[in-house]
Design a protein around this ligand. Structure first.
Ligand SMILES: [Fe+2]
Ligand SMILES: [Fe+2]
Length: 193
């Protein structure tokens, strides 16, 4: 379990830093009168919290997670979005693929397969986050906020869809009932009831 556990711990640390960063970026966007971009950052923070929850479930209760907070670098919203895109792309193109290679060495152990599933979901979601942030960056560069999208968040994997999903989540496969209407709550209860 040591290799998979170490990867999960590092992933939890990275995702935890992203939560703090995105909540700070959300505040900065509000200061710049960009409420819809602020909402996107708040929602991305919720998605990262779902990744943390899944990784912690895969890790189990026998490990402690050391503090690994990074220094926050809060700039203008345009620059914050660019930092966020770089972070998401690092996670889905470098960090998670490196973890996949290490975790595969512990296959076919069930704990390794569970760790892999949690990380595959997160990695695919991060790639979507990068796309959503890229769209936001284009708007900010044009001097505009995002349109007031009605976002839905998959409470299982953190996938974000615009508009009420009619079918299952195409990342984790859970059906449309698992999506939370983010306009109703920006601090969703991420437990599956
Ligand atoms: Fe993300
Ligand atoms: Fe999902």
């Amino acid at each position: 379990m040591e290799m998979s556990a170490q990867c999960l711990i590092e992933a939890i640390q990275g995702e935890s830093n992203a939560v703090v960063m995105y909540n700070s970026f959300a505040e900065q966007a509000l200061k710049e009168n960009l409420p819809n971009i602020s909402k996107l950052f708040r929602m991305l923070a919720c998605a990262e919290q779902i990744h943390i929850k899944n990784h912690k479930s895969a890790l189990g209760p026998d490990y402690t997670i050391p503090e690994a907070s990074e220094e926050l670098n809060i700039l203008s919203t345009e620059k914050n979005i660019a930092q966020a895109i770089a972070g998401e792309e690092f996670e889905c193109k470098t960090m998670y693929p490196n973890f996949f290679k290490k975790i595969k060495k512990e296959f076919p152990a069930v704990y390794a397969k569970v760790a892999m599933l949690s990380m595959e979901w997160s990695s695919k979601v991060e790639a979507r986050h990068a796309k959503q942030l890229t769209r936001a960056l284009e708007r900010v560069k044009a001097g505009e906020d995002l349109p007031l999208d009605n976002f839905y968040l998959c409470r299982v994997c953190g996938n974000i869809e615009v508009g009420k999903p009619e079918k299952e989540c195409d990342i984790c496969g859970h059906d449309a009932r698992f999506f939370i209407d983010m306009d109703r709550t920006l601090k969703p209860d991420v437990e599956v009831n």
